[in-house]
Design a protein around this ligand. Structure first.
Ligand code: CUA
Length: 333
């Protein structure tokens, strides 16, 4: 089956290596890829047989259609019974059973095995709130959009929504699971290789659905633990004057009403927590690079970069103020 994958990838659109369901990096996606390949090959064979039969009939046909009318309705029922009912029933039953067995290999939800969620992901228009639940509230940590997990063991994720229905999908790791308002869903993933995996929202949720992207960073357990420790710390208080000015502006102008930067007076909960923004790879729910110029542009003109995003344009900053804010955000490691 594995050898067929590259051939299928040439045939099937949208599976060019990156974030492909045919390049699984964990047991969940592995099962799905197995069933996917099996079904694709099986139904391709069925299609070939059907086309072959059509060609056979077309070549064998004698006389015109008019000469055959009225056609003889008697006879042929066994062919219909076998070809139209028995064979499809067997094939669909096999697919159903293979699906059930594979689903059982690595269940999407560890609830039945008593697994407790370690991470809670809350879908919001149009970003992901990420909470690390920890053993006690003291260890709870809130971040956004970039999800870090340790490799080599199953991670139970609780999925909630703050507004409309979203869907969490990292193709290389597992299938899609919806985030439904007022309802708690679960997703269990296991990543076998360290790496950065891209995912996205897979349920249309409004104007910026396409820019509601996920970055899932899988690390060795000790790297993950040290990441967790760094993230739990409050924000870096600036040492240089410009960043200090930026922090004051962040606290006193619009920014702090919507964003939290732990350790400062900015405590808003409308937008993503920015305490360790500079440690993240991308901004705007992973739609833009996390670079100085993009940060400054985002701070004043979010609506141009991501139209209809909940973050308004904040156009009353002077050039100096904007430089200060970008400087402050840039040092939030
Ligand atoms: Cu969230 Cu589509």
């Amino acid at each position: 089956m594995k050898r067929l994958a590259p051939i299928l990838c040439l045939v099937l659109a949208g599976c060019e290596g990156k974030a492909s369901i045919f390049a699984p990096k964990g047991p969940g996606a592995g099962s799905l890829a197995g069933v996917g390949l099996f079904v694709t090959v099986l139904f391709s064979l069925v299609t070939l047989v059907m086309l072959g039969l059509l060609v056979f009939v077309a070549v064998r046909r004698k006389g015109t259609l008019a000469e055959h009318a009225p056609y003889d309705a008697g006879g042929g029922q066994p062919v219909i019974l076998i070809g139209g009912f028995t064979l499809p029933a067997i094939i669909l039953a096999v697919v159903f059973i293979v699906g059930l067995v594979k689903m059982d290999d690595f269940p999407l939800d560890g609830h039945m095995q008593g697994a407790k969620p370690e991470i809670r992901v809350i879908g919001r228009q149009w970003w992901w709130e990420v909470q690390y639940l920890g053993e006690s509230p003291h260890f709870r940590l809130t971040t956004a959009n970039e999800i870090h997990v340790p490799v080599g063991r199953p991670i139970e994720i609780e999925l909630l929504s703050h507004d409309v229905i979203h869907a969490f999908w990292v193709p290389e790791l597992h299938g899609k699971v919806d985030l439904v308002p007022g309802f708690s869903n679960r997703l269990r993933i296991q990543v076998d290789e360290p790496g950065v995996y891209e995912g996205r929202c897979a349920e249309f949720c409004g104007a910026q659905h396409a820019n509601m992207r996920i970055l899932l960073v899988a690390e060795n357990p000790d790297h993950f633990e040290s990441w967790l420790r760094r993230q739990r710390r409050p924000a870096q208080i600036p040492e240089d004057e410009l960043a200090m000015e930026g922090m004051k502006l962040f606290e006193t102008r619009a920014c702090g009403l919507c964003h939290t930067v732990r350790g400062t007076r900015a405590l808003g909960t409308v937008g993503p927590d920015l305490t360790h923004l500079a440690s993240r790879r991308r901004i705007g729910a992973n739609s833009l690079p996390n670079q100085h110029a993009y940060l400054a542009a985002w701070a004043t003109r979010a609506q141009s970069l991501k139209p209809e995003v909940k973050m308004p344009n904040v156009s009353d900053f002077t050039g100096q103020e904007l430089r200060a804010i970008a400087q402050f955000l840039n040092q939030l490691e």
